[in-house]
Each structure stands twice: as structure tokens, then as C-alpha cells.
Design a protein around this ligand. Structure first.
Ligand code: ADP
Length: 334
């Protein structure tokens, strides 16, 4: 599969009050043609900075960003403008022109691009059909719902026939129903128009719903990258674990307690492990949280347990679970 973007040891330093600050630190990753790639991390992790390096809205401090093999830093201003046409972007705040109607908003990039005047309307209407809003062409953005505004923004983004669509927190201002509709639309556009989609989000549910691969950014660093299914099944970094299995509803009984996380796949999830543990060893554990999810039709689950105080008992419990093929991880700072 062709590489659309390749980041090679990319760092970005900002200077705040005379102090240097690494918003991105030695990030290397690639985004492949035709995939829906997620970039996830907490607020302030560096996601927006990263996405702005993809079309050189942000210059990198070191390392290189390539688009279809072309190092973006080597392009002059005219060349970068041409590349930016291939990389469309949508935002959390939609960025529509409020004094223009829907059709005129979608036609706007065509005008900037010098698209023949007589064909602009036809092209814009075609894009509105793609997003299911042809009947709203004369409306003004203020009379549309958030989801409809984002659809207009998507139509506008598609009008210049980009190769890539960058979505920067594009569903963060929407309620769950509209979020689901926009994600379905992005999925459909990805499939039917062979558009590479990059989704920047702080919500794991968004990644879970439509991304095939994901990069987890933590404090400016790439904490983990891989297939979404794989990361859900076995998150290796602390940042990934926090995103996949956030927070424990119950506190441990003792702040020094030893906690473990059991991760199991759909097949194993149906087995009564805790009952079996008590039955065969007589040792009890305290369940602090448990949840399961279904990803791609396979159920994944996890449980956070507080182990008993006795070290031998702790080892017996861990051996018991490992002996049944479960992944056991120590939990720090739960
Ligand atoms: P995210 O999108 O993950 O919330 P950002 O990429 O916006 O994170 O920001 C990462 C860090 O870089 C933050 O601490 C932010 O304050 C800092 N930052 C972002 N842009 C600038 C800038 N232009 N100047 C200085 N610091 C910045």
C-alpha cells in the first residue's frame, strides 16, 4: 500500500516565555493510502500540532514530513499551495462563511482554485448530494444543525477533489447521534471515493467506530501505533491503557494495594474466572472495575483487580490467570 504521509523523527519546539517546549518529540509514523487513520491523545498532547505539520501549516523544528514521497520542506510557496489543495481539512468549529448560503460556501474553494465558473455550481451540487444536503442549498449556516453544518464543511472540503481529508476534532462539538452520522458519512466517503482520512480526536469511541489504525500521542511523543483492534485487545503503553480503559469506578481498599489488569478476548470473556479462582484456590480478589466491548464483532474485556496483601497469594492468583491464557498487567497509579 502506498504511503501518503511519512513523518521521520519529527520534533516541534515552541518557545513560551523564553523557555523551550517540545510539543512533538521524535515522532515517526506513516499514513497509508485509503486508510482511516486515527490520531488520539489527551488535550495538549500535540495532536493539532502534528496534524498541522501534514500540510506545513506548521514548520517542523527537526525531522521531515513527506507527502507521497515529497519532503514538504523542500517546496516553495507556490508548490505548497498546490499540495494543500490535495489535503482538505475540516474542524470542530466548521469554519463556514455565515453571510453566504450553503451552495455558495461549497463553491468558494472552487472559485479560489480557478475552477471554470460555469461548472462550479454543478460541482458544488454534486458534493451536496454526496453529503445528503442538496435540499438545503439556499439555507444559511445559522439555520442548520451542527451535524448539517459539518456536512456542508465536508462537501466544501470534497469540492476540490482532495486525496486526503484531515478531520481535526470534527465531531467534538456534536451530540452522539450527529457524531455517529458524521462518522458514517466519513466512512462512506472513504470507501466510495477512495479518500484517505485522518481523524484527530480525544475520544476513543470515535477511533473505535471508524479507524483502522491509530497513533496514540502522549506528551508530544508517539506512545503506540497499530491496528485499532490490536490496541484494544492489548494496549501496551500506559497512555493506550488509560484511553482504552479509562478510570476505575472503585478505589482500592488500601492505597498501597497491588492492582492487576486482566485483558481477555471474546472467547475467554464468557468464562467465570473469578468464581473459578475462588473455587480452586480459596483466594478472593476485589474487583475494582470491569468492562467489555465489541470491536469488529469480537468481544474484548478487561478487569482491574486488587490482589490480597499476602505476596504468596498474589503470586498464586497471577499464576492462576496466566495459566488460563489471560494477559495480566500490573496497574500503576490506578
Ligand atoms: P492537542 O491538539 O493535542 O490538544 P496541541 O498540538 O494544540 O495539542 O498543543 C500541544 C502543546 O503545544 C500544548 O501544550 C500547547 O499549549 C502548545 N502549543 C501549541 N501551539 C503553540 C504555539 N503556537 N506556541 C506555543 N505553544 C503552543
Amino acid at each position: 500500500m502506498k504511503e501518503v504521509f511519512k513523518l521521520d523523527h519529527v520534533s516541534k519546539k515552541y518557545v513560551n516565555d523564553g523557555k523551550e517546549f517540545n510539543a512533538l518529540n521524535d515522532v515517526s509514523l506513516e499514513i497509508r493510502e485509503g486508510e482511516i487513520f486515527g490520531i488520539i491523545g489527551m488535550s495538549g498532547a500535540g495532536k493539532s500540532t502534528l496534524v498541522r505539520t501534514l500540510n506545513r501549516l506548521e514548520e517542523v523544528s527537526s525531522g521531515t514530513v513527506s507527502f507521497y514521497g515529497q519532503d514538504l520542506s523542500e517546496l516553495n510557496s507556490k508548490e505548497i499551495r498546490i499540495v494543500r489543495r490535495e489535503i482538505a481539512m475540516i474542524f470542530q468549529g466548521f469554519n463556514l462563511l455565515h453571510q453566504r448560503n450553503v451552495l455558495s460556501n461549497v463553491m468558494q474553494p472552487l472559485k479560489i482554485r480557478g475552477f471554470p465558473k460555469e461548472k462550479r455550481k454543478e460541482k458544488a451540487l454534486e458534493m451536496l448530494r454526496v453529503v445528503g444536503l442538496e435540499d438545503k442549498k439556499k439555507e444559511y449556516p445559522s439555520r442548520l444543525s451542527g451535524g448539517q453544518r459539518q456536512r456542508v464543511a465536508i462537501a466544501r472540503a470534497l469540492a476540490s477533489d482532495p486525496k486526503v481529508l484531515l478531520c481535526d476534532e470534527a465531531t467534538s462539538a456534536l451530540d452522539p447521534k450527529m457524531t455517529a452520522e458524521i462518522l458514517d458519512l466519513l466512512n462512506e466517503i472513504n470507501r466510495t471515493r477512495k479518500l484517505t482520512v485522518v481523524i484527530i480526536t480525544h475520544e476513543m469511541s470515535v477511533v473505535e467506530k471508524i479507524c483502522s489504525r491509530v497513533a496514540i500521542i502522549d506528551n508530544g511523543e508517539l506512545a503506540e501505533i497499530g491496528e485499532v483492534k490490536e490496541i484494544f485487545r492489548n494496549p501496551r503503553s500506559d497512555a493506550a491503557r488509560k484511553l482504552v480503559f479509562p478510570g476505575n469506578p472503585f478505589d482500592p481498599s488500601d492505597k498501597d494495594a497491588r492492582l492487576i489488569r486482566l485483558v481477555f478476548d471474546g472467547l475467554a470473556a464468557s468464562r467465570p474466572f473469578i468464581a473459578e479462582l475462588v473455587e480452586s484456590t480459596g483466594i478472593k480478589v476485589n474487583i475494582l472495575s470491569a468492562n467489555t466491548k465489541s470491536v469488529g464483532g469480537i468481544g474484548y474485556g478487561q478487569m482491574v483487580l486488587e490482589l490480597p496483601k499476602d505476596i504468596q497469594d498474589q503470586n498464586t492468583v497471577i499464576k492462576f490467570f496466566e495459566g488460563r491464557g489471560l494477559s495480566v498487567q500490573e496497574v500503576k497509579g490506578a
